[in-house]
Design a protein. Sequence first.
Length: 139
Amino acid sequence: MPPELILLPMGALAALTFIVLSLVPFHRFRAAFSGQVTAADFRYGESERVPGQVSIPNRNYMNLLELPMLFYVVAILYFVTSQVDLPALVLAWAYVALRALHSFVHLTYNNVMHRLAMFATSNVVLLGLWLWFFVRMFG
């Protein structure tokens, strides 16, 4: 299987990250123009005055920069070692889909239990992707 195929889910997750990133200034400027926040509310992060609808996109963006880093690392490892196979691609795409669903829930109706389910399941899939890599390399 062409190792380049692992770059597609990487690109999809990067695209999701940039989309969510674009929401951060959009919501912050909208709140500033409506008088809900001032620049001082962001001086040391986000003050308690920042409304939830303004802070959620930033929190989701931070989520997309935390554990997904382990996804990018393992995907690069699959690529450089030419260990890409169907199970790896299925796990990679499942991870990206679950992260997209997590972002959708977080940025829309924000049900904590639904969000947790997507987050936890994505982490199990990511663990599986790492385990499968080591099985392929050393098994």
